[in-house]
Design a protein around this ligand. Structure first.
Ligand SMILES: C[S@@+](CC[C@H](N)C(=O)[O-])C[C@H]1O[C@@H](n2cnc3c(N)ncnc32)[C@H](O)[C@@H]1O
Length: 311
């Protein structure tokens, strides 16, 4: 049965303009009940709405900022910044070495939420001064809060409200964390195709590894570290919705892209693998990337590795 994350249902924006659309509480409850999710329906029933039954957009924004603030702890505890730099550092070395494009290079975090990753990269300067850091999100309130936090911390990075693939400035590398499982059906391949069709040199998207332990691990973490029932609910559903290695590699095989997976299932300890990236590079970048990764290149596999492992 299709499972929904409540946060995907309670904010709706017009795809082109990014304009916020009214959301009827009863309709969200109905969708959750139809999917067999009584607990989710109870959580939504407790959210404030006006006399016409339209969810209060300000209350929804405050709630989502609160939930994402709690979610930052997950990024901190999983050391998502360090993990990204572990693969993105060598990837940028590869891009610089082939001289495909001279700097500055632009990193775009798709669906940046509160911008933890971009703010961490700016605070640590881990990728070098020639990398411009930009976070983009369709949600105006999240991206507004990301911008406020970056200014408060005096960080050299930018946040933009809108569709990451409709920006006037091209990215050199697209990254994301915890976003891929939100794209279902054909939308997943379309997500990668949009990047392949752009001038970008590569992408690197981290999401929950679809191991049998992921939903249990997510339940323990969200129970222990998240206070609002919506955060706990969505945390567990997102682990259940995680895409398999095979699905990701198939979807990422867009024209002009060599799809790769770092630490696929079976090569890493299932207790330790929580988030792993699917990487796409222009084909001429694979050899310099492997060189720059050194011994860690053994953990980087293409679709042929999974086909062999299945035999
Ligand atoms: C679960 S949140 C992840 C937030 C953040 N990356 C984190 O780890 O906390 C997914 C976000 O992706 C955003 N999003 C989805 N597609 C997008 C697109 N094409 N451009 C910009 N943002 C997008 C949604 O608005 C949502 O805020």
């Amino acid at each position: 049965m299709h499972q929904f994350e409540i946060s995907d249902l309670i904010t709706v924006v017009e795809p082109g303009s990014g304009r916020r659309l009214p959301v009827r509480r009863a309709e969200v409850i109905e969708r959750l009940l139809e999917s067999g999710d009584e607990r989710g329906a109870r959580i939504v029933a407790a959210l404030p709405a006006d006399e016409d039954g339209v969810l209060d957009p300000h209350a929804v924004d405050r709630l989502l900022i609160g939930v994402h603030t709690e979610l930052q702890r997950l990024s901190e505890e999983l050391r998502i910044g360090e993990r990204l730099v572990h693969v993105l550092g060598p990837l940028l070395t590869a891009i610089r070495s082939v001289g495909a494009r001279s700097g500055p290079y632009r990193l775009v975090d798709v669906g940046c939420g509160l911008g933890y990753l971009v703010r961490w990269l700016a605070a640590t300067n881990a990728l070098g001064a020639d990398v411009e850091l930009v976070g983009v999100d369709l949600d105006a309130s999240l991206v507004g809060e990301a911008d406020r936090l970056a200014r408060a911390e005096g960080l050299d990075c930018r946040f933009v409200h809108g569709n990451a693939f409709a920006m006037p400035e091209a990215a050199t590398v697209y990254v994301s964390t915890g976003v891929l499982h939100h794209f279902r059906g054909p939308a997943l391949a379309e997500f990668f195709q949009a990047q392949a069709a752009s001038p970008a040199q590569a992408f690197c998207h981290f999401d929950i590894a679809a191991t049998g332990l992921a939903p249990i691990g997510a339940w323990v973490f969200h129970r222990a570290r998240m206070r609002h029932p919506l955060g706990r609910h969505d945390g567990v559903v997102s682990a259940r919705r995680a895409h398999s290695d095979e699905t990701l590699l198939r979807a990422a095989a867009a024209p002009g892209i060599r799809p790769l997976l770092y630490e696929p299932r079976g090569t890493a300890n299932p207790f330790g693998t929580t988030l792993r990236p699917v990487i796409g590079v222009r084909p001429h970048l694979e050899a310099p990337l492997r060189l720059a990764l050194g011994r860690a290149a053994r953990r980087l596999v293409g679709p042929e590795h999974l086909a062999e492992a299945a035999r």
